[in-house]
Design a protein. Structure first.
Length: 385
């Protein structure tokens, strides 16, 4: 299961769909792994098949050329990876690395963009903070909910004294010990204040502490109680041990992926619980009920299950959709087209600011779609459904 929130790039895609209704989109997804000696040749063959498929579906040369340029301009992933691109009118609108290769290449030329693989294979986007700490300070990195580095900086306190000096008897002098402890305490509180600000700024759901064991212990105590549930300690070593970087990154990636799974599983559990409450719950499923909730902008999250060729009637705006054309007509809306549900519903969800959650076959959804609504009430289904 994968859960992604709406970001500015996807919002722009909605705006484009509104402005250029009727102008087709090319959506392509492919394995971009560069782990073998013949990886470049494999990519050439993959792109050739994708381009031929788009031409067969009627894509214009300008859009295909724009996609080809983007394919070869994209950086190679480290290890297995994939790429998703959406283009229209000779312009690439979305170009993103995928967290894992798609099971198969996809090329679609249709009146709406195809977003499901972009969500299904998205890298984890859990906002988090990583701090590598010692007695002097820390290196702090904040990752926002789009997976981008929003903050990266050192936090440095006083360097002297942070170690106790010995006396002639081999014991630390009392006043030295107290001075050292006060310096370290001030440094740790300086780091804690910075981590708190970064965590609040990115909306951190995870705070990873690495570095000296004693420093981590003091830092945990210095952080506000409201952040303690997000804290995880990993590894060992100091703030500037560069050789620890790759190992730390792997540990952080594992923690982020696990937190993503927990978050999405919790969303699925919430949907099941709300659905069990019947008409009094926030969960509804089935194409007709989902369309009704989207028209009313009463969707906090769209759950996407089976990906098949169901179709819905659509109007000029992404949220104008129904399983029965008479529903749109009675609302005074013109029916523009009949589009694939796996294209129309995710786009409508983005238009109302809902999250997209691909659950696959882990949640049995009627017609392959369900929603968690924002509030109770409203329509439950199109007429005749």
């Amino acid at each position: 299961m994968v859960d992604i929130a709406v970001d500015s790039g996807l919002r722009e895609l909605v705006s484009r769909a509104r402005r250029t209704r009727g102008t087709p989109f090319a959506s392509v997804y492919y394995d971009s792994s560069h782990t073998t000696e013949d990886a470049t040749k494999v990519l050439e063959l993959t792109w050739r098949e994708l381009a031929d498929d788009l031409r067969t579906q009627g894509a214009d040369p300008e859009t295909i050329t724009a996609l080809e340029d983007a394919v070869w301009a994209a950086p190679y992933p480290v290890g297995p990876g994939g790429r998703g691109m959406i283009a229209s009118g000779g312009q690439v609108l979305v170009d993103r690395a995928l967290g894992e290769p798609p099971e198969r290449s996809v090329a679609r030329w249709s009146t709406l963009p195809y977003l499901v693989p972009l969500v299904a294979h998205a890298p984890p986007t859990v906002p988090h903070v990583v701090a590598t700490v010692d007695k002097i300070g820390a290196e702090v990195t904040g990752i926002d909910n789009s997976g981008e580095v929003a903050y990266r900086h050192p936090v440095l306190g006083s360097e002297h004294p942070v170690h106790e000096a010995g006396s002639n008897a081999g014991l630390p002098r009392r006043h030295d010990r107290e001075h050292v402890q006060e310096t370290v305490r001030q440094n740790i509180h300086l780091v804690a204040d910075d981590i708190t600000k970064v965590a609040d700024a990115v909306g951190a759901e995870l705070i990873v502490l690495s570095g000296e064991v004693q420093g981590r212990r003091w830092l945990r105590d210095a952080l506000p109680d409201r952040l303690h549930d997000q804290i995880v300690d990993v590894g060992d070593g100091g703030r500037i041990q560069a050789e620890y970087g790759d190992a730390l990154e792997q540990e952080v990636n594992t923690l982020v992926a696990e937190r993503e799974r927990q978050r999405t599983a919790a969303r699925a559990d919430q949907f099941r619980a709300e659905l069990a409450q019947g008409v009094d719950g926030l969960g509804v499923q089935g194409l007709s009920s989902v369309c009704a909730a989207l028209r009313e902008a009463n969707v906090a999250a769209l759950l996407i299950g089976a990906d098949d060729d169901q179709r819905v009637y659509t109007g000029a705006d992404p949220i104008e959709l129904a399983t029965d054309p008479e529903v749109l007509e009675e609302l005074g809306l013109s029916v523009v087209d009949q589009d694939r549900a796996d294209e129309a519903l995710p786009l409508a969800a983005l238009a109302v600011g809902a999250d997209l959650v691909v659950v696959g076959d882990e949640v049995a959804l009627q017609d392959g779609f369900g929603v968690l609504r924002r509030y109770r009430g409203g329509s439950h289904a199109d007429r005749g459904a």
